[in-house]
Design a protein around this ligand. Structure first.
Ligand code: MIG
Length: 686
């Protein structure tokens, strides 16, 4: 059951799309303190039992079980994703408590807020909303529509997913391998990258353009000196089966004569300060204005701007810097100049000096700047900080709404760095500037199910790590995990060690892992689509299925992927194997290449499994089938007859295989659903 509680008059975020009647009366589970009048701070407390677990919050630091830390929703461009942080780029305010009670809570509030999950007091959850206008949804496990075999926790998640609407569906090619690098500066770099992949026999579906394709970092422009034949390049590569995916940043450069700037000014589409002047921030292009994507008309306009690149052949985009990131603001700069000037005549003692340096060091992403500009939401001026966490979501919505209109029934690839729940209907996300650290490989593993809970199914991290220098073994291990993530993109930062597969001594082993990904695409795509339509999770923590099994609940580095398999990636350096917990009998497959595999039935319980550096292990669940495409079926269009079926332990097994043309949005025209039994007999169902 879903219960809706409205406080004050909240901004309509459109995170929830299923209409629900607000409930009068006391909210269950929580004790409420504060909240006097419209300006009061609200505190929601829940008293936990020792074994209670908390799941959710989407893109966040730390574990699958989120108990024991304080988290914030405050979308920030911060490339240091360390354990001490409280927020990253997204605000995903949904969590589920599982223990003496099982329930979910979604705090639909788009400003900064806090989730203290047993940090201040070990047994207490305290959710703090800094003002009186927001909506809370409480979700309990009773639901008639969901089959009784489902666990309580999954029942809660599915009900939540249903009220926030269906998740975004990318084209099927977006399940292929994708190569990106901040530092591809010219056409030749792009051609070269694609050529090298071909030479090495590494399948590749997309190559990315980072900010250097633009002219002066101006959105929707192309630097014609470095990319003189953009249209031809996109066309040439498309003919080879490789899509070109350009980046778009949030800020629009202030430059007279630049059409996007001129149009925005003419129509009043940028965010303004209280005095009516446009807010000026500083990002890659230098001084910029921010399109007011919360204003419907401005949003439609910004969406239409994507047309420029669509007409050049682009079929996908990634939206960056949309927290929105601020390197500085005009007002922040002025403050520094002023201070520095007064200091010119002072003796500049240490105290003076210490007043100046923080102005400089803390100029980026400043709360005060976010409080200094406004959005025009249906004619009402709303201060940015009150809706801060919606910006990336609405920028991506701008693009999605345009792309949907412009491309008829053809799907487009779209994902964003910043997000809010609701954006999952419009695009996917990548998890931003991680590092080439083993701990960030593990973080990638832990984040995926939390993101799925919040509707974000098309996600992935920068494979190999964005910042810092990757090692060969980390690259191998990361690929071995990332072949299961729907978004599978190798991306790295300017100045770091080159990270394309062919740069490594182990290139061949890495290629085999990627070839294996392509053998998995029919399964991954089928499971993805079924998860979308049944509001299910693609990645699940073990205890979401095996909820009576206390040991399953301890597994923070193993996941169920779809309905048929469990994975247990190696996430530590210098390990040639790992301990794995099996919540039921399973079949262990060890792949040493994309073709060569070893099968070993295993019993429920604890095991040590050897996994050499180049090997991928997959556990097939009891009474389940894992379909594999024939090797080198790179289009993902495997016919059911062609699938190799690997059966887990147990007598019965059947698999429902979903596939379609991979392109159109008329999903009802799906090509085939096939039920395959363990003897390999196939039954076709419409
Ligand atoms: O300030 O466009 O997260 O993926 O390569 C850095 C350059 C801006 C941040 C993105 C990253 C991208 C980079 N961008």
């Amino acid at each position: 059951m879903v219960f809706k509680y409205v406080y004050g008059s909240p901004v309509e975020t459109e995170a929830v799309i299923e209409p629900a009647e607000a409930v009068k009366g006391d909210i269950p589970f929580f004790h409420i303190a504060g909240g006097a009048g419209d300006k009061g701070i609200y505190e929601f407390s829940y008293s936990m039992s020792p074994g209670d677990k908390i799941f959710g919050l989407g893109e966040q630091v730390r574990g699958i079980n989120k108990r024991g830390w304080i988290y914030e929703s405050n979308n920030t461009d911060d490339p240091e994703h360390t354990e001490g942080k409280r927020s990253l780029y997204g605000a995903h305010n949904f969590f589920v408590v599982d223990g003496k009670d099982t329930f979910g809570a979604f705090f639909d509030y788009p400003g900064k807020m806090t989730f203290d999950f047993g940090y201040s007091r070990g047994s207490e959850i305290k959710v703090t909303v800094p003002e009186g206008n927001f909506t809370v949804y409480i979700i309990t496990a009773e639901d008639e529509e969901i089959s009784p075999i489902e666990t309580k926790i999954l029942t809660v998640v599915k009900q939540f997913r249903r009220i926030i609407g269906r998740s975004y569906i990318p084209p099927r090619w977006a399940f292929g391998y994708q190569q990106s690098r901040w530092g591809y500066k010219r056409e030749e770099d792009i051609y070269e990258t694609v050529k090298k992949h071909k030479e090495w026999g590494i399948p590749l579906d997309a190559v990315y353009l980072d900010i250097d394709y633009m002219e002066g970092f101006k959105d929707f422009t192309v630097n014609r000196e470095r990319f003189p034949h953009m249209e031809k390049m996109i066309g040439d590569l498309k003919a080879e089966g490789v899509k070109v995916v350009p980046i778009i940043d949030a800020g629009v450069k202030i430059e007279p004569g630049y059409s996007v700037y001129e149009e925005g000014i003419k129509n009043g589409y940028f965010c303004r300060k209280e005095d009516g002047a446009y807010f000026t921030g500083g990002v890659w292009p230098g001084r910029v204005h921010f399109p007011d994507v919360l204003n419907k008309e401005a949003r439609q306009w910004f969406g239409r701007c994507y047309e420029e690149l669509v007409s050049m052949g682009a079929e996908g985009f990634w939206n960056d810097m949309n927290e929105p990131a601020l390197f500085y603001s005009e007002d922040g700069l002025k403050e520094i100049y002023k201070k520095a000037e007064t200091m010119d005549s002072s003796d500049m003692n240490l105290n003076d000096f210490l007043e100046l340096t923080p102005l400089i060091n803390e100029i980026a992403n400043k709360a005060r700047d976010y409080e200094s500009f406004y959005h025009n939401i249906d004619g009402k001026m709303v201060r940015h900080d009150k809706v801060h966490n919606l910006y990336g979501c609405y920028m991506t919505r701008a693009a999605a709404e345009y792309l949907e209109k412009a491309s008829g029934d053809k799907r487009k690839l779209l994902f964003s760095r910043s997000s809010y729940i609701g954006m999952h209907r419009y695009g996917g996300i990548w998890t931003g500037d991680n590092k080439s650290w083993w701990s960030h490989l593990l973080l990638n593993v832990k984040m995926m199910p939390s993101l799925n809970m919040c509707g974000f199914l098309y996600c992935g991290a920068d494979v190999g790590g964005f910042g810092d220098n990757v090692t060969e073994d980390l690259m191998l291990r990361w690929l071995e995990f990332a072949i299961f993530t729907p978004l599978f993109r190798n991306h790295s930062a300017l100045g770091t060690r080159r990270q394309e597969i062919y740069q490594f001594e182990n290139a061949k082993a890495m290629r085999e892992i990627i070839r294996l990904r392509y053998r998995l695409i029919p399964y991954l795509y089928s499971e993805y689509m079924k998860a979308v339509f049944s509001f299910d999770m693609f990645f699940k923590p073990l205890c979401f299925v095996f909820d009576k099994d206390e040991q399953a609940a301890q597994a923070e580095d193993q996941l169920l992927v779809g309905d048929s398999i469990m994975i247990a990636p190696v996430v530590c350096q210098n390990q040639t194997g790992r301990y794995v917990y099996l919540p039921e009998d399973m079949l262990l497959i060890t792949f040493s290449t994309a073709e060569d595999m070893d099968l070993k039935p295993m019993k429920k319980g604890h095991h040590y499994v050897t996994v050499w550096e180049h090997e991928v292990i997959i556990f097939v669940r009891k009474n389940r089938l894992l379909p594999l495409a024939p090797p080198d079926n790179v289009t993902g269009d495997a016919l059911p007859e062609d699938l190799q079926l690997i059966k887990g332990p147990g007598e019965k097994a059947a698999y429902v295989y979903y596939n379609d043309d991979g392109y159109c949005t008329d999903y009802k025209r799906m090509k085939k659903t096939v039920v395959v039994d363990k003897a390999g007999n196939r039954e076709y169902i419409d």
